[in-house]
Design a binder for this molecule. Sequence first.
Ligand code: COA
Length: 174
Amino acid sequence: MELELIFPNEEYRKEVELFKKNMLDNNSRMDGCGSLRIDDFDTWLERCIDYKDGKNTPNNMPPYIQYICIRKNDNKVIGMLQIRHKEINPIFGNIGYCIAFDERGKGYSKMMLKLGLKECKKLNLDKVMINCLVTNEASRRCILANGGVLLDRMFVKERNYDIERYYIYLDKGM
Ligand SMILES: CC(C)(COP(=O)(O)OP(=O)(O)OC[C@H]1O[C@@H](n2cnc3c(N)ncnc32)[C@H](O)[C@@H]1OP(=O)(O)O)[C@@H](O)C(=O)NCCC(=O)NCCS
C-alpha cells in the first residue's frame, strides 16, 4: 500500500475532518496532529502554515512541520506526523505521530515514520530523537523497526509518566 506525506491543504478538508472524528469518537491520543483536537479545520490549517515558519507560536514553542499521511489508492488520511526540526524538546523529541484508529495494526505507522525520516533528511537532520511512553508497545516497535537506538528511560515529573527516548541516525543511503 503506497503512502505519501503531504503538507495539509484545503483539498483535504473533508478527509482531515473524518480523521479527527474517527480519533475523537474513539477517545484516541492525537500525537503529532498539532492543535487539531481543539481547532476546526480552518484554524488548524492556519496554524500549520504559521508554525512551520515559527510565526505566532504560543509560549515560544519551536516551529514544526505538520504532515498528513495519505493512502494513495483512495486519498484517505490514515495518519499524521509532525517534525520539530529546529529544536529537540527533551520530552517530546523531534517527531510525533499517530495513525487513524480504524487503520491500526496494518503496519502503517512503520511505513509513515520511514517517510517522516526521509523528510528529516531533506531538512538536513542527521539524527532525530523520538520518544514514547514505556507502556506504548506499538510505538516502541515502530521506532525500533526504523532503527531506533535506546538512549534512556526518563521519568517526566510534571506528567507523572515514564518515557523511553530513542535516537534514529539518518544514513546517507536512506
Ligand atoms: C502507536 C501507533 C502510531 C501505532 O500505529 P499502527 O499503525 O497501529 O502500528 P503498526 O501496525 O505499524 O505496528 C507497529 C508495531 O507495533 C505492533 N503493534 C500494533 N498494535 C499493537 C498493540 N496494540 N499492542 C502491541 N503491539 C502492537 C505491531 O505488531 C508492530 O510490531 P512488529 O513490527 O513487531 O510486528 C498507533 O497505535 C497510534 O496512533 N496511537 C495513538 C498515538 C500514539 O501513541 N502515538 C505515538 C506517540 S510516541
